[in-house]
Design a protein around this ligand. Sequence first.
Ligand SMILES: [Zn+2]
Length: 266
Amino acid sequence: MYNRVREDERAYKLMYKSFELSLSRPTNSQVAKTILLDNECNEIQSENNLSFVSRVRGAICTFLQQNKLEYKQHNDLEDNYKCECDYDCECYFNKFIMPAFKNLALSFEPYINNGSLVNHILEEYTTEEKDRLLSCDLREILRLMLYKELAYLAFERGLYDVSCWHHEATVLMYGGAITNEQFDPSEYIESELSARNKDKANKRWSKHNQLRPKKKKQYLEIMDKQNFTTFAETATYIKQYIETGKTPSYRTIELWLSQASRGDFS
Ligand SMILES: [Zn+2]
């Protein structure tokens, strides 16, 4: 028993580590290589590239420490959120948290756009180096590092789903930088989330559709067995003794009976 616990613990630690490891991608040197064109740089320039990326990271960490996640503000979560997981999941929790992360990302946007943060960091470098760095897409670095740190922030708080989304956006942004394509991480997360929810809604609906023909058949049999002559009478009986839950409603049962009697079992 003791060994099993230790084995479980080890497996858990390995899993945790591999998640953490994947969050570290792209690394600072990968970012420097792709966006600051590190391969074309001399030693001093290379050092500056790395120190620039790590200073950006430091500034973002400070920003995230100073700005709290506002969980309840602007939360547009519907009341009856359901997911398809067959375990004690945290989908509801994760979805509830997402807007807070989005707002945090948005509140950093001015620092990216007005150049104040970049200028502040660049004060450390010579004019020549400043100009060289400014010729690269520094906004892209700021945005990429922001999403990377948001993924860490979510991970540290045990919000693994949220962490995955931000990590995915980071990696895609990095891929965009390699292929010179613009990529909007906030828009991406939003559209992916809504696509995922739509997919879940469709699955729920198709389950519902499979159930309906069975129900229609069952209701019609009850009508026959009980010798009822009207749909209203049958629906009342069904609602009273069989479908005692909230759904299907009396109206639905009546409608399904009338459709079934015409041979429509869809
Ligand atoms: Zn779930």
